[in-house]
Design a protein around this ligand. Structure first.
Ligand code: UD1
Ligand code: UDP
Length: 364
């Protein structure tokens, strides 16, 4: 059974890796990695292949950056050709990036079955490009693999056939469990020469935060404020770097001796920092889940989340910039909430998916 695993952007690699390795062990499965090329810098793509022991992609579409329509259109055109030549038995798409929706559209129109991993998440905010990608992908997929109960509920409410929905758990946690030893023995934190828990780790890349000069300015101010209390370590996403440079905000961050700027980090190095940090300030989707699993406070600079269980059950709090000062105070004084780990966030999601594919495609 030929199974295409579509990888495109940073948050995709940690979702396909555990599934690739699990499928590779099955005699009936031939997993094929298709890289659309949405992310292409060494530290936004190649580093993850090395980290997760993945082979080079079997197919590379090299689409690169562009507007939403350009990127979506380029993936559709390039992937349609591959689909026509190779006719896989199943296409697995993950997450919510433009390539996820594009590969789904190309495949379903050719009658190729699509499974969406990390289905059913909803922020209910259609100004987010990812929400549009989620809606399109879930509506069109033949199989929807959800990480948590809210995912099932969202899909049922939208009229998705119950038979298509399979709650398999959170694949991001499989990556964490799979890479535990490497993460613990990495030297990213020790190389910083600061105390364990003596820094806040920051990742920001949402257009709503970093494309608006006013919001970006407010974010820089709050980073300086946090740095007055503890170190700030900030691996800067390429979108964010471009805007910080354009708005001439990067220099003052560089000049603050308690703000440590880095290029985007590989998964193992980044997770090694997460483990040793006091808290995260982020707008990432995946980081909200990783911190909930690890029990580390996470302040999410967004008005909503498609991962509500990280707030209701985990260590995540949605914040405005105005809330951050108070929340940091709560964290540093030990008043911040403790969380727990949601069901099926256990490192066995890839195994459940393999079983599910076998049941659906191979049982007579
Ligand atoms: C994309 C996803 C977002 C995801 C994020 C993960 C969409 C709509 N957005 O956002 O959901 O959370 O990836 O990081 O699919 N760039 C580089 N090098 C790269 C990649 C990008 O320099 O390897 C720069 C380019 O200037 C590009 C910009 O970053 O125009 C944005 O890249 P793009 O993939 O369009 O969106 P992201 O903000 O990365
Ligand atoms: N991540 C990483 N290096 C970094 C920042 C994040 O490896 O410098 C990882 C992070 O641990 C998580 C994933 O990238 O597994 C999340 O990707 P991102 O925040 O880019 O996208 P989102 O999840 O918001 O779509």
């Amino acid at each position: 059974m030929i199974i295409h695993l579509i990888a495109a952007a940073r948050p995709n690699f940690m979702k396909i890796a555990p599934l690739y390795h699990a499928l590779k062990k099955e005699s009936w499965a031939a997993p094929v990695i298709v890289h659309t090329g949405q992310h292409y810098d060494l530290n936004m793509s190649d580093v993850f292949f090395k980290d997760f022991g993945l082979p080079q992609p079997d197919v590379h579409l090299n689409v690169g950056s562009g507007t939403h329509a350009e990127q979506t259109g380029h993936v559709m055109i390039a992937y349609e050709k591959v689909l026509m030549e190779r006719r896989p038995d199943l296409v697995v798409v993950v997450g919510d990036v433009n390539s996820t929706a594009a590969a789904t559209l190309a495949a379903v129109k050719l009658g190729v079955k699509v499974a969406h991993l990390e289905a059913g998440l909803r922020s209910f905010d259609r100004t987010m490009p990812e929400e549009i990608n989620r809606l399109v992908t879930d509506a069109l997929s033949d199989i929807v693999w959800t990480p948590s109960a809210d995912g099932d509920e969202n899909l049922l409410r939208e009229g998705v056939d119950r038979k298509k929905i399979h709650r398999v758990g959170n694949i991001m946690i499989d990556s964490l469990v799979m890479m535990k030893k490497q993460i613990e023995s990495a030297d990213a934190f020790s190389a910083l020469n600061i105390e364990r828990g003596g820094f806040a780790l920051v990742t920001l890349h949402r257009p709503s935060n970093v494309d608006s000069p006013e919001q970006l300015g407010r974010i820089c101010d709050i980073l300086h404020h946090i740095a007055s209390r503890l170190f700030v370590v900030f691996p800067v996403h390429p979108r964010t770097l471009k805007n910080l440079e354009q708005e001439k905000r990067i220099e003052s961050l560089r000049q603050n001796p308690r703000i440590i700027l880095r290029e985007p980090l590989g998964y193992v190095a980044f997770m090694n920092l997460v483990h040793n940090s006091r808290f995260l300030l982020t707008d990432s989707g995946g980081v909200q889940e990783e911190t909930t699993f690890l029990g580390i406070p996470c302040l999410t600079l967004r008005p909503n989340t498609e991962r509500p269980v990280t707030v209701t059950q985990g260590t995540n709090t949605l914040c405005t910039i105005g809330d951050v000062e108070q929340m940091v105070g709560d964290i540093l004084s030990g008043k911040y909430k403790k969380g727990s780990v949601p069901d099926l966030w256990d490192g066995n999601t890839a195994q459940r998916i393999v079983k599910n594919i076998k049941n659906l495609f191979l049982s007579t």
